[in-house]
Each structure stands twice: as C-alpha cells, then as structure tokens.
Write a new protein. Structure first.
Length: 272
C-alpha cells in the first residue's frame, strides 16, 4: 500500500532533502524513523528537493509499505523524529499517485531582514550589508513582475545543462514589504523549479533594489538566458517551500508558526 506523508521541517541542520552518504538529510532522517517503526525497508519519494539550510512549511512524500501505518505507528514515527521535523498526517493513496510527478504547482516564500534580531535571525535571512531604507522596493517589485511574463529560466539556474529543458510556468511572483520597510517577503509559484532558481531570483532582486543592476538588465537575463550575476545566490535561511498542490489533494499549511510569519499575526505585509 502507498501513503502520502504531510510534513514540515526546518532545514537549518540538514544538507537538504535528498539523502547523502556523509551528511544529515531530511529524507534519510524520516526513512530511518519509518524503518525503525515498521521493521521493513522504506524508500521515500519527495515532492521536490530543497537545498542545504532551506526549510519546508509544507512538504509531501510518498512511500510503499507492506504494513498499514496505523494511528499508533504514526505517532511512534513522530516520536522517533527530531524536533525540527514534524509529521502532520498520513494519507492512504492509490499506488499510482506520485508525490513528485503529480504535483501541479509549488510555492516558495523568501523572507529577508536588515536589522539584527535574535528571533528573526533563525527564521529569516539577515543581510547586514544592506540597509532597508536604501533598497528601492518599487524597482524590486517591477523586476519581480517580469518573472510571470517569461517561460524559460535558463539564466536563473545553477546548472542549466543538467536539465532536459529550463522552461517553467511561473504563475505568481510578488514582492511584499513590512510596515517599517525593514523587511521583505518574496513569493513565487510555478509548476516546477530549477536548481537554486528562487535564491538566484531573490539575489537579483536585491541587486536591483540596491542599484547595482537595472530592471532592464533582469529582463535581458530572462530574454537571453545569459546572466553574469548568477554566481552567488541569496542566503538559504530565508527560503521556505510553503505550498504544494495536487489535482486530487490540497491541504492548508498545518504549522501555525509559518502562518504567523507570513500573516497578520506577525505583521502586515504590503504588496509592492
């Protein structure tokens, strides 16, 4: 039988989702917990890969098992996991359902702040080299809007030649700023994402806001696929995989912490 697991995790101490032989990963940690409880070999298929240090406020995976994942076993698996990985539910699905290939959209949110903060530094990317009042958020918003107008993101991929193609259908790309204009949030939704794509986009938006490149330059990078600024990407700490949607499955984000971070419980974000 096949199950989808709905979970969330902090990526701070993991080298990404994908299992690696010499480094801790989310996949390896969850697999080990399931094997311990179910007493059989378990292989997980995730809805996508997150890089080292990147978080997931919503994540889905699937796995096959010979034993039913009872409510008791589910809570036993939960107890075997460290505090930075949380399981929300196990969903029995048809064996043809696939956590990666069936997802029709994914959303990421990126949070950045510019004043050192003992709370925010753990959940948002801190950029001491920039002062928020010097960033032109209006220009950043204009640049962000370009990403829904193009379909090929070769210029925003870390290793484009390793992909069959670099086309993505971006349906949302929106910049938000905090009431004191000392923080920003960038949200993007697409049918697929390329290696480091979101962090490269955020890095370019910051370059626009600081006056180092123009909005026209961003459009040129999108149009030609050549991007000389795609060397360094934005810090991973501020990036969250925040929503994954399927034709047959939609779940609201279960974690209240992330909802507070991007909702009115935390602050009023103003769209640019």
């Amino acid at each position: 039988m096949r199950y989808f697991l709905h979970l969330a995790y902090s990526g701070a101490r993991y080298h990404g989702w994908q299992k690696q032989p010499a480094h801790p990963s989310v996949q390896g940690t969850v697999e080990a917990a399931l094997r311990r409880v179910l007493k059989e070999e378990i292989f997980l298929v995730g809805c996508g890969r997150t890089d080292a240090g990147v978080h997931a406020a919503q994540y889905f995976l699937h796995f096959d098992t010979e034993r039913p994942l009872t409510e008791e076993n589910f809570f036993r698996v939960q107890r075997c996991l460290p505090p930075d990985i949380c399981l929300y539910e196990a969903i029995p699905v048809d064996e043809r359902r696939h956590a990666r290939f069936d997802a029709w959209s994914r959303s990421y949110d990126y949070f950045a702040h510019f004043q050192k903060d003992v709370v925010l530094d753990g959940i948002s990317a801190y950029y001491p080299q920039y002062e928020a009042r010097r960033l032109d958020f209006e220009l950043m918003g204009r640049a962000a809007a370009l990403f829904t107008q193009y379909g090929d993101f070769r210029g925003f991929c870390r290793r484009p030649d390793k992909n069959e193609h670099t086309r993505c259908t971006v349906t949302e790309a929106q910049l938000f700023v905090g009431p004191e204009r000392d923080r920003f949030r960038f949200r993007i939704t697409s049918n697929r994402f390329l290696k480091a794509m979101v962090r490269l986009i955020v890095r370019e938006l910051i370059l626009v806001g600081s006056g180092k490149i123009s909005v026209d330059a961003v459009e040129e990078h999108l149009r030609t696929g050549h991007n000389p600024t795609a060397i360094l990407s934005a810090y991973p700490q501020g990036l969250y995989l925040s929503e994954v949607r399927y034709p047959y499955l939609e779940r609201p984000m279960a974690g209240k912490g992330f909802s507070a971070l991007c909702g009115k419980a935390q602050m009023d974000w103003e769209p640019v």
